[in-house]
Design a binder for this molecule. Structure first.
Ligand SMILES: [Zn+2]
Length: 77
């Protein structure tokens, strides 16, 4: 993958979780950081556990985001 802005091939592709409904509940950015660590530590297993909890109220969306390591340009894949 090549950055559309600067043409660098140093692009980091990662999956980003968006939770539009829980965002407004105000769980705080600390919880988001903890959740990110948990996802990394469990190799993504935490997402399955987190999804099972309150699936009725929490709508979890995920998108793939590419981040250029050269110029910092972000775009959705
Ligand atoms: Zn770039």
């Amino acid at each position: 993958m090549i950055c559309s802005k600067c043409g660098s091939d140093r692009v980091n592709v990662q999956s980003e979780q968006i939770s539009s409904k829980t965002k407004k509940r105000g769980t705080g950015c600390l919880w988001r950081i903890v959740r990110c660590i948990l996802i990394i530590c469990t190799c993504g297993l935490w997402l399955l556990i987190g999804r099972r909890k309150g699936t009725e109220k929490t709508k979890i969306e995920s998108r793939t985001v590419a981040i250029c390591q050269n110029c910092g340009n972000r775009w959705e894949v």
